[in-house]
Design a protein around this ligand. Structure first.
Ligand code: ADP
Length: 444
């Protein structure tokens, strides 16, 4: 039934009836009375159906209760159609919600729905197994139930881009990876999964590399000693000179790789809460430079430019900071042809202290930059080996910096040179002994 038809029919019917009543009224001389009576009757008829409609809506019975002719039949029909549509939509949403809950319940990931105050709204079975949160805890703040300080800090920071690794029970075996996803109007989904197995595999990998490197070091030292003995007694067999020199070079290379692997293993297995030492970064640069100048001399020499702030004192691990600086400087020497310029800067910046090495060396194509800190990634394997590289230097630098919440900044262009830099955050800086002046020492 179309609205214009029903409406038109109603108009025709009412108009027709009124005309009839008026005609009869003219014939009988009671036109005014009859027309007034007709309008009143029509009004009562409408009021009656309005009452029927209200009763029907109030009782919200499913069936269309009244079959009425005319416009009111149409009204009942349209309301009924809308009600049925709404009911079927509701049913569908209900069904979807049920399916979602059933599937989420079966998920091996703990899932907890939180409101904007991080109060628990809903949770699945795995949330009870992994996080110890129960259905009866609904309405409570999640922070009352997961009391780990790292978790509280994670929620307070509100930066949920990275998952949070968590060991719920100190000393316990279970390792979790937690993730918070914001959705809707400040609602949160807390997801947690058991990563104990991955953690154990990672530990095994670390231990294996550390043990293998350790075990290989002793026989390699013996080999190196024997090569030296043979070299000393070469006397009447000059034909052995070259092979022995090759053996010596290769065994040295192997020793460097083992040392770097052991350094990486140590960096990976250390604890966050390690005691910090007081380290003079200015003195550390000078110390690294001694080693670097010797290496540079062996390669024909470079022009060094130093701009090192004095008395920069930081809390950190001396050995690690030395390794980071030394690897960056040794690379500058390795990948800059003799006679090239190498500029070393240590300066205070608003965010902390910045260490920067700029060289005028071979440079690197942009597509390699993102992968340089991967283990054994080299732009040119031949050149790296020739220069005595292990392929692990930048990986060590990355690990050291991660510990301080810093990262390696690299900019480079082939033929122009490279800049490798990092900023040690201000929280590691100690009050310098002679104030915070722009006290830099320049030398070349
Ligand atoms: P390697 O022991 O091979 O130098 P690194 O991890 O220290 O290993 O560096 C990875 C690679 O990055 C190097 O092989 C080299 O190709 C490139 N690289 C590092 N530093 C520089 C630099 N200053 N100039 C040009 N290339 C560099």
């Amino acid at each position: 039934m179309m609205l214009p038809t029903a409406w038109r029919e109603e108009l025709w019917t009412v108009g027709g009836l009124l005309a009839l009543v008026w005609l009869v009224g003219l014939l009988t001389g009671l036109a005014t009375w009859l027309v007034t009576g007709g309008i009143l009757a029509y009004l009562l008829w409408n009021l009656y159906h309005l009452r029927l409609l209200i009763r029907w809506l109030d009782r919200s019975t499913k069936q269309l209760p009244y079959s009425t002719p005319g416009i009111w039949g149409y009204v009942f029909f349209r309301v009924e159609v809308r009600r049925r549509k709404a009911a079927s939509g509701k049913k569908q949403i209900g069904r979807l919600l049920k399916e979602f809950k059933t599937s989420t319940r079966a998920l091996p990931y703990a899932t907890v729905v939180l409101n904007r105050e991080f109060n628990i709204q809903w949770l699945n079975k795995a949330a009870t197994t992994l996080l110890g949160v129960r259905k009866s805890d609904a309405g409570q703040p999640i922070t009352n139930l997961i009391r780990h300080p790292d978790f509280h800090q994670y929620l307070d920071a509100g930066d949920f881009d990275q998952p949070l690794p968590l060991q719920l029970l100190p000393g316990g075996d279970t390792r979790l990876s937690l993730r918070v996803v914001a959705y809707g109007q400040q609602q949160y989904l807390l997801l947690a999964r058991d990563v104990t197995e991955q953690h154990l595999i990672e530990l095994m990998r670390r231990d294996f590399i550390a043990n293998a490197s350790h075990e290989l070091r002793t026989p390699l030292s013996v080999l190196q000693g024997s090569i030296e003995q043979l070299e000393a007694g070469i006397g009447d067999k000059p034909e052995l000179e070259k092979p022995l020199a090759r053996m010596k070079r290769q065994s040295q290379r192997m020793m460097f790789i083992l040392q770097d692997l052991l350094t990486l293993a140590r960096l990976e297995s250390r604890h966050e809460d390690e005691q910090l030492q007081s380290v003079s970064l200015s003195a550390l640069v000078a110390e690294v430079m001694e080693e670097v100048r010797v290496a540079s001399e062996h390669r024909g020499g470079h022009r060094f430019h130093l701009d090192v702030a004095e008395n920069v004192q930081a809390g950190g691990q001396r050995e690690d900071l030395y390794a980071a600086m030394s690897n960056l400087l040794m690379n500058a020497v390795r990948y800059t042809p003799a006679g090239g310029d190498i500029t070393v800067t240590l300066k205070r910046v608003p965010l902390g202290v910045r260490f920067e090495v700029v060289d005028t060396g071979v440079g690197i194509l942009p597509q390699h930059l993102a992968r340089l800190t991967e283990r054994f990634y080299r732009v040119d394997v031949g050149r790296s080996r020739e220069a005595g590289g292990t392929g692990l230097g930048l990986s060590i630098v990355k690990h050291v910096l991660e510990h301080y919440g810093s990262s390696l900044e690299i900019s480079s262009w082939p033929g122009t040179g490279s800049t490798f830099a990092f900023t040690l955050p201000g929280k590691y800086l100690e009050e310098s002994r002679s104030g915070l002046g722009a006290d830099s020492r320049k030398a070349s």
